[in-house]
Write a protein that binds this ligand. Sequence first.
Ligand code: IPM
Ligand code: MN
Length: 372
Amino acid sequence: MYKIAAVGGDGIGPEIVNEGKKVLDAASEKFNFDIEWTDFHIGADRYISDGTLLTEDDLTELGKFRAIYFGAIGDERVRPGILEKGILLALRFHFDLYVNLRPIRLLSGVETPLAGKGPKDIDFVVVRENTEDFYVGIGSRFRKRQKTTLDVDRELYNVKFGLDIESDAEEIAYQIGVITREGARRVQTYAFDLAMRRRKKLTSVDKANVLSDIYGLWREVFTETAKNYPDVATEFNFVDAVTMWFVKNPEWFDVVVTPNMFGDIITDLGAMIQGGLGLAPGGNINPKGTSMFEPIHGSAPKYKGMGVANPIATIWAGSLLLDHIGEHEAATAVLHAIEKSIKDGVVTKDMGGSASTSKAGSYIAECLTIEN
Ligand code: IPM
Ligand code: MN
C-alpha cells in the first residue's frame, strides 16, 4: 500500500490531478497494489484567505508520504513569483528534490512540429538540477547611492555569503547563482546511472565559455564523475547550441544533464518537440525521500473549471510516480494506455479531439483496464 499526497493547486490543477488519480487507481487495481490518497488544499485560495503559502505543518505532513502528486500553482489574483517561489520551489528545496526528471519523448500518434521526425527520433531525458544555480534565491536590488548587504535566504551546505555593494547606477539588481561540488556530483551521478540503463550516452549542457566559475565547476565535476562510467559516451554542449541541436538532430540525445535554469528553458523547448506542454511530465526526485510528480505546464487560470485542459502530462507524471515507487509494469501500462487514447482520437481540443478533460482521463483509465 502506498500513501500518496495529492496537491491539486490552482487553475486547472485540481481537474487534471483528478484524472491522474483515476488512472493511477485503475492501474493499482489492475496490478494488485493499493494507493491511499490524501488531499492537501494548498495554493492561491488559501493564500488569499489566510496568507499562508506552506506551513510547517504542511511540510511535516507531506514528508510522511512516499510521493506527492502535484497539479499546478499560479493565479491571476496573486503577484507572479509569490506562489511559485512560496510553494513549488519551496517544496523542491525543502524535500531536497535535486533531480528534475523530464522525459522528452514523442508518443506514437502525436505530431511534432519537427518536419521528418518521428517517435524513433525523439526519445531522450533531461535531468535538470533542481536545487541550485540561479534558483537559490540570493539577490537584491537597490537605488543610487544606497548601500546594501547581500541577504541570503537559503542555507546551502552552510555556505554563508557576505557582500557589501555600493553603486552610482540609478538602480541596480543582482542575482547570484551557486553550484556546489556536492550538488553537481549528485545530480550528474543520477544522470550517469540513468544513461547506463538507457543508450549509454550523456550530454552535459552548460555555458562554461562565459559563466566560467559556476559552470567551470560543473564541467570539472562532470569530467571527474565520467571516470566512474567508462561505458557511457559523454559530450559537452553549450546551452545556446543545444537549442539548435534539439531541433535539428533530436535523435542524437539520450540523457542530458544540466544546471537548473538552463534545464528550465530547454525543457520547454523539449515539451514543444514532443507535441506541446499538454504532453510534458516531470518528476522532482530525491532518491532517498519524498518525491513529487507534476506536469511541467502551469495552472492556465483562464481554463479553470472549463473541462478543456489536457490531462495527459499529469497522467504521464503519474506514470513516472509509479515507476519511482517501483511499480514498473503499471508505469509502462499507463503510458501504453495514453498512447491508445491518442490512437483512438479520444483526446482534448489542443490535440485536435473533442473530449473533455474528464472524458480523456476516463478513457485512458478504461484503456488501461481493458488493454494491458
Ligand atoms: C517549471 C516552472 C517553474 C520553474 C516555475 C513555475 C517556478 O517553470 O517547473 O519549469 O521555473 O522551475
Ligand atoms: Mn519551466
